[in-house]
Design a protein around this ligand. Structure first.
Ligand SMILES: *Cc1c(COP(=O)(O)O)cnc(C)c1O
Length: 412
């Protein structure tokens, strides 16, 4: 005799076939969009070549100070490691005279030398397109929202403190390229102290974001000093760090750093993965170390032409991030920063990605898509339309699969 489940199987069978079909293409292509973990042998080969070129030991490679000191800053050296032509090398040099570049040996090893359109390469290697002068140097008008040196304050209860202009790698799409300048410079304790005093005096500030540049480029002692100072302010509830170190310089996430951070909870870290290839053994280990110290990790992706403006790439990235305990937090629409126009995308591209993710994968893998209002108008969320009609007595929606439904909108 059949059970009730035989009837269910019979009646519901088509339903599950329909679900499978909704991610059929992704299932076919996801194997071709490799994370760094999936392409680990190639990355290991590049690492060996770079280490040999620099005469480095494994111990040096693991030392973030060595990584910082040995960042690639010469076009010829990059060309040698990636097998670039003389013409490409000259172009990198020409762009480098306008916008500086520096790439940690580690991040260079993640670039696929066989793929000219590698999404990691595009973020790090200067492109001739940077000489296109569209856009502005400060489209967000940070200068206009600065109540104290190092601070940007656009919101009532939180602000950012930019404690350095140093990074493990200078992203070609950087929103603050105007600050990267010719020289690496940390803000000193006097400057940072003044910014912290501003927080102390303004009691409504309950959330402080330490960023840069890359907040973790400071040494452990300075980071601990900042945390001590901020924790001496009763109205500071949470402290967040903005850092790409897990991605571009994962060696920076040392046991001694996380042992400092975890003394000052609640601490949050928002990092910045843009492409699945950035998820490697090393970046995974860095994120896990932070997560094990009780630090919730968020990812702030920037939507970038040629890096991740593809729904399957973002789906793969966000799923892979969850496996290393990083929660996709934001997708930022690119800003119209001068020298970055080759990265710009249309709003429809972001909406298509958001529409694809919802329903097809874990809600945990669906971040908020943000357009930043020009001149500092702030983060503005956008979603594809799910609400088709709203009236006095009913509201009409479409589901993630495009099925239209109505709910009652009148409470008696
Ligand atoms: C992005 C940003 C914040 C933080 O915004 P959340 O939405 O809270 O993550 C705070 N201040 C400034 C100036 C920012 O640009």
């Amino acid at each position: 005799m059949g059970t009730v489940y035989d009837v269910y199987r019979e009646n519901n069978g088509n339903r599950f076939e329909e679900l499978k079909r909704s991610i059929e293409t992704y299932e076919q292509v996801k194997g071709t969009i490799k994370t760094g973990l999936e392409d680990r042998e190639k990355i290991a080969r590049q690492k060996a070549r770079i280490m040999e070129r620099l005469g480095a030991t494994e111990e040096q490679w693991k030392d973030y100070r060595w990584q910082l000191k040995n960042r690639f800053t010469r076009a010829e050296d990059i060309a040698e490691m990636l097998g670039l032509s003389a013409e490409e090398t000259d172009r990198i040099k020409a762009v480098g005279e306008r916008y500086r570049f520096a790439i940690s040996p580690y991040y260079l090893s993640v670039i696929d030398p066989d793929n000219p359109s590698c999404g990691v390469r595009r973020q790090a290697i200067p492109s001739f397109d940077e000489l296109n002068d569209q856009g502005e140097l400060d489209p967000m008008d940070e200068a206009g929202w600065t109540p104290e040196e190092l601070i940007t304050r656009r919101y009532p209860d939180r602000l950012i403190i930019k404690v350095t202009n140093i990074c493990g790698m200078y992203c070609r799409f950087c929103q603050r390229r105007r600050m990267i300048g010719e020289h690496d410079a940390h803000a000193d304790r006097e400057q940072i102290g003044k910014a912290i005093d501003y927080v102390r005096k303004n009691k409504e500030i309950r959330d402080v974001l330490i960023t840069g540049g890359d907040a973790f480029m400071h040494d452990d002692a300075t980071i601990e000093w900042m945390l001590e100072e901020l924790r001496s302010i009763p109205h500071v509830e949470i402290i967040r760090f903005g850092t790409r170190a897990p991605v571009t310089l994962p060696q920076r996430i040392t046991d001694s750093l996380v042992n400092i951070l975890k003394k000052y909870h609640p601490i949050y870290v928002n990092t910045h993965f843009n492409n699945p290839r950035e998820i490697t053994e090393e970046s995974k280990a860095a994120c896990e170390k932070l997560a094990n110290a009780g630090i919730p990790l968020g990812n702030q992706m920037v939507l970038l032409n040629g890096v991740n403006n593809d729904k399957y790439v973002v789906c793969k990235l966000n799923q892979a991030l969850l496996t290393i305990r990083v929660k996709p937090y934001y997708i930022f629409h690119p800003k119209t920063v001068k020298g970055t126009s080759h990265f710009w995308v249309r709003v429809e591209e972001g909406l298509e990605i958001m529409d694809y993710l919802r329903g097809r994968t874990s809600g945990m893998a669906v971040p908020t898509y943000i357009v930043n209002g020009p001149k500092g108008l702030g983060k503005t969320p956008i979603l594809p339309n799910y609400l088709c009609y709203i009236g006095k007595d009913k509201a009409v929606f479409r589901s993630w699969q495009g099925k239209v439904f109505t709910i009652q909108n009148e409470i008696r």
